[in-house]
Design a protein around this ligand. Structure first.
Ligand code: AHR
Length: 514
């Protein structure tokens, strides 16, 4: 009797285990209403470590790479490939100690300052406003400038905007012309401070909301360039910050309010290693990354109270995994490697941002080159594209496409006594009617079959690509740059309007339906 019961129990367990690895998904191809703003796929470049100098902008002009002036074109071309839509600059915390007038005019005459935010290293200001705008021109992306509220003045920000955007005759627009740029640059995205609750001035939300209104009053629109002003928003779960700012500032006075959230594996004191970690740190990294959806829901609910028409964007203008710096590097430079785990973090975060595109219309991964969750790492002539870069490559088709509702119950990925959803996904339809579905399987051991019902989608052909690797800790290095890279994917079956896709363990899959 005991034996029969045990057999039934084992059979039950295996059915349960098996059924748990199959997901029924509905993708409603005709129910899309919200656009996934391309600015969700934005990036961030701060005067920090080797992001600007030695990343985008050569310090050593003898380095033999494709370049324009001192701008590295190998980096530019890689970012153009993923359709980089927006670049935020000059910080971060650096922005609230930066005076824009230090960085214009003949380079030899620019003052030497200290980058007191990041390691007290010399800042020669050779990369300034015109160089940044030149970089954005080469990238064909929108510039997003973070203004200085912490140590600056409304006058400084007003002058900066006039220098960049005024098409008529004034001392500042003439200065721009003398510096080689006849036409106004038309910079519309402006951050009014950065992390004003912390490095940007340690303010209370009440004080900042008043200051925001003062600055905003002097951030002037010039013909053809209405400004998109963005309030410095909350640190992760500081809901009071969002509440006070939204309550005190009329939604008509801002385009967006930001929110910053970094995925930490452990805590700020012991962040966790970027390489050679085990499953416990893989699990914690993914779990903490998925927490961002809770933050988005709660900040959005507060915004809904004051802006029910959802006119104001929630801008996640800094996000990504922050690990310990690579051993042997300057800890103030925040240089970290980037693994398959980090790619899954990026892919899951982007699926979440897509899902909430009715409120989130901008997000910027921190940071583009050589800092934090970078897309590109450089070492003299060499450049390596990280696993995270390839996620942005697979996801670029969602930019400005219409979000399609996706419904499913995910099986769990269990580790120890904890569990998180193993699968996340998003789908969109582009202006040619092509559907793209991005599917993430976080489970490091189990394949998961997704049976997708695509009612309303009349597609003739399906194609796939997958980003996966043997270990979640796999990275691309200067010696082995192609270890983690997308490959063609064909482990799916089309049956009329249904699609059955076998997701590999720890993978990001793109399915294109034409
Ligand atoms: O991205 C690094 C830093 O993180 C930024 O300068 C700051 O805004 C945030 O705290």
């Amino acid at each position: 009797m005991k034996k029969i019961a045990a057999t039934f129990f084992i059979a039950y367990l295996s059915i349960a285990a098996f059924s748990q690895q199959t997901v029924s998904m509905q993708v409603n191809a005709n129910a899309g209403k919200d656009k996934i703003s391309r600015f969700i796929y934005g990036h961030f470049a701060e005067h920090l470590g080797r992001c600007i100098y030695d990343g985008f902008y050569l310090e050593d002009s003898t380095i033999n790479v494709l370049k324009q002036g001192r701008i590295r074109l190998d980096v530019v071309n890689a970012l153009k490939e993923i359709n980089i839509p927006l670049l935020r600059w000059p910080g971060g915390c650096f922005a609230d100690r930066y005076n824009w007038s230090d960085g214009i005019g003949p380079v030899a005459k620019r003052p030497m300052r200290i980058n007191s935010t990041w390691g007290n290293v010399p800042e020669d200001n050779s990369f300034g406003t015109d160089e940044f705008l030149q970089l954005c021109g080469l990238l064909n992306c929108e510039p997003y400038i973070a203004g200085n509220v912490g140590t600056g003045t409304p006058r400084e920000m007003m002058d900066w905007i006039e220098y960049l955007n005024f098409g008529g005759k004034s001392a500042l627009s003439e200065m721009r012309r003398a510096n080689g740029h006849t036409n106004p640059y038309k910079v519309s995205f402006w951050g009014v401070g950065n992390e004003s609750w912390g490095c940007g001035g340690d303010m209370t939300p009440e004080y900042y909301a008043d200051l925001y209104k003062r600055y905003a009053a002097f951030c002037l629109d010039y013909p053809g360039t209405p400004l998109k002003k963005i309030m410095s928003g909350a640190n992760s779960d500081d809901y009071n910050w969002t509440e006070v700012c939204m309550k005190n500032v009329n939604p008509g006075q801002l385009w967006g309010i930001s929110m910053h959230y970094y995925t930490l594996v452990n805590n700020w004191e012991h962040k966790g290693a970027a390489t050679n970690f085990k499953e416990d740190e893989y699990f914690k990294g993914l779990k903490n990354c998925l927490h961002i959806e809770d933050l988005i829901n709660k900040h959005s609910a507060i915004m809904d109270k004051y802006d029910p028409g959802k006119k104001v964007s929630l801008c996640v203008d800094e996000w990504g995994i922050w690990t310990d710096a690579e051993p042997g590097t300057n800890p103030a430079f925040l240089y970290q490697q980037n693994s398959l785990r980090d790619a899954l973090i990026a892919a899951s975060s982007l699926n979440i941002f897509n899902k909430h595109c009715d409120r989130i219309r901008m997000a910027n991964l921190a940071q583009t080159v050589n800092v934090l969750q970078a897309l590109v790492l450089t070492q003299k002539e060499k450049m390596v594209l990280t696993p995270t870069y390839y996620v942005f490559d697979l996801y670029k088709y969602h930019q400005d496409a219409t979000l399609l509702p996706v419904n499913f119950f995910s099986p769990d990925y269990k580790y120890g006594n904890e569990s998180i959803p193993a699968v996340n996904a998003s789908a969109s339809k582009d202006s040619n009617g092509v559907i793209h579905i991005t599917l993430v399987n976080i489970d490091p051991k189990n394949k998961i079959t997704v049976n997708a019902d695509l009612s309303g989608a009349a597609f003739k052909a399906a194609e796939g690509q997958v980003l996966a690797s043997g270990s979640f800790a796999d990275v691309n290095t200067f010696d082995k740059p192609d270890k983690v890279k997308p490959a063609a994917f064909s482990d799916f079956k089309k049956n009329g309007n249904d699609l059955s896709v076998n997701l590999q363990p720890m993978s990001v899959t793109l399915i294109t339906l034409k």
